[in-house]
Design a protein around this ligand. Structure first.
Ligand SMILES: Nc1ncnc2c1ncn2[C@@H]1O[C@H](COP(=O)(O)OP(=O)(O)OP(=O)(O)O)[C@@H](O)[C@H]1O
Ligand SMILES: [Mg+2]
Length: 459
């Protein structure tokens, strides 16, 4: 995987931005902490030197000048390392005793460099917190070097830098890992799309059951690819089936026309052969009409779905007509359209009529003598349900999706009339009206159930 791609990934960029913010916050936090440590330690050390100065001042008051001179001298000897500073200066600024070489300017509590007798170039600092004040005509200076402060500051600084470095390193590693992971998923998607664009309709993005945005997109894309491959397969099947179904009437029309021409040449009457040709062409026209009508319905928007169609009336009228046809075929067809609930839908009256006709035609055409068809229309909550149940041959479970494909027919001998477009039309019309269609077993026979939404506001 290209490292540049991983580093420019959204996850890594987000983590990188967060790392910058973290460093900025850490610097401010560190600066405040160091300032706080400095203030507190200087205040504490200041109290300490002030106390020591006061003890010596009390000694001076109680035991006299010479006693303090000696104490300062011995204290100065004790503090050989340069951490502690103590000295007594005379009125002429000269050092009487102690380890500070020259008297610092100013009096009171001070922070600054002192010239210590034991100063070494290796010392961390020359800065002291010290108190300088008069004892009669001399000046007593007591100080404490700021090593502790600087040591503490260095420690705090190191601790913050190290923890900051570790946190940033962890963040960047996690960001790199996440970015590499998303990139792998994106590569999967890219691969699937490029394979699809090259005509492979089987390829899918691997799903890992995750819940990230990329996982959700992958799932959606797989659904989309499923639909796309179904559509491609349907289009291929439809084209093949259409060619197959049109080939026979075309062949028969060609033969009848040839026969008519031979009859003309032989001086015989060609009317019958020409009528056969016309019938075959009429069959083809019906198929084309139905297919065009299906295409138009599938392509149409919602513009015409404004009629208020009383389905009870429409179904009752058509069922009455088909009851007569069924009777001629030795079958029976009854209907129950209910009368208490309002069974009106918003839609296109012509399309809805075409839908019901196709369903009744199927029940009668595909059933044989003795077939009993029952048509019911009812209201269930916000749905209006039309059910056409027959006791004919039914449709096996495995074929219940395929019969909706244009030109798909179950009867291999093509003994029943029809082009295989009826159910495709019915589904297209139902979906155009925001409805759905399901096929179920009637044991024996088939139940076709179309559910359409009732217009809102009607009960
Ligand atoms: N009520 C039914 N009982 C048994 N089989 C059916 C029934 N309805 C449809 N089928 C099967 O489903 C196939 C597709 O039906 P569809 O209505 O799409 O086409 P068709 O009836 O063959 O032709 P068309 O409706 O275009 O005249 C039919 O050929 C038939 O095999
Ligand atoms: Mg049909």
């Amino acid at each position: 995987m290209d490292r540049g791609d991983v580093l420019s990934g959204a996850a890594f960029s987000a983590v990188l931005r967060s790392a910058f913010v973290f460093i900025f916050v850490l610097v401010i936090f560190g600066w405040i902490t160091l300032a706080y440590v400095e203030r507190s330690l200087i205040a504490e050390l200041g109290d300490d030197v002030q106390q020591r100065w006061s003890i010596l001042a009390t000694d001076h008051e109680n035991q006299g000048h010479e006693h303090v001179d000696r104490t300062v001298a011995s204290l100065a000897n004790l503090a050989a390392g340069g951490h502690h500073a103590v000295a007594l200066f005379g009125a002429d600024q000269g050092r009487i005793a102690g380890n500070i070489l020259s008297r610092p300017a100013g009096t009171g509590l001070q922070v600054g460099p002192l010239e210590h007798a034991a100063a070494s170039p290796d010392d961390l600092t020359r800065d002291y917190v010290y108190v300088s004040g008069p004892l009669d005509d001399s000046t007593l200076v007591v100080g404490q070097r700021l090593d502790l402060l600087y040591h503490t500051q260095i420690l705090v600084f190191r601790a913050l830098t190290l923890s900051g470095f570790l946190v940033v390193l962890t963040m960047l590693s996690v960001g790199y890992y996440l970015s590499a992971k998303s990139l792998r998923r994106l590569r999967d998607i890219e691969f699937a799309l490029s394979q699809t664009s090259e005509g492979d309709t089987e390829v899918r993005i691997t799903e890992n059951g995750g819940t990230t945005q990329i996982d959700r997109i992958a799932r959606q894309m797989n659904l989309h690819l499923d639909r796309l491959s179904r559509m491609i397969a349907t289009t291929r099947n439809t084209a093949a089936a259409a060619a197959h179904d049109l080939k026979s009437p075309l062949g028969r029309a060609y033969l009848s026309l040839g026969k008519a021409m031979e009859q003309v040449e032989a001086g015989q009457d060609p009317v019958e052969a020409m009528a056969d040709t016309q019938d075959e062409l009429e069959n083809m026209r019906v198929i084309f009409d139905a297919y065009l009508s299906l295409s138009r319905i599938e392509a149409a928007g919602d513009v015409h779905l404004t009629d208020r169609v009383d389905l009870a009336e429409l179904v009752a009228d058509l069922a009455e007509t088909f009851a007569l046809i069924a009777e001629d075929e030795g079958q029976s067809l009854s209907f129950d359209v209910g009368d208490d609930a309002e069974l009106t839908v918003a839609g296109d009256a012509q399309m809805l009529q075409q839908m019901v006709v196709n369903l009744l035609q199927n029940a009668v055409n595909h059933g044989s003598a003795g077939n009993v068809t029952r048509v019911t229309l009812s209201r269930s909550g916000a749905d209006i349900r039309l059910s056409v149940a027959d006791t004919g041959p039914g449709i096996p479970e495995a074929s219940r999706e395929r019969v909706f494909e244009p030109f798909h027919r179950l009867d291999p001998s093509r003994s029943k009339p029809g082009a295989g477009l009826g159910l495709a039309l019915v589904r297209a019309i139902a979906e155009k009206h925001s409805g759905r269609i399901v096929l179920r077993d009637n044991d024996p026979g088939l139940v076709v159930e179309v559910t359409l939404p009732a217009p809102s506001g009607s009960a």
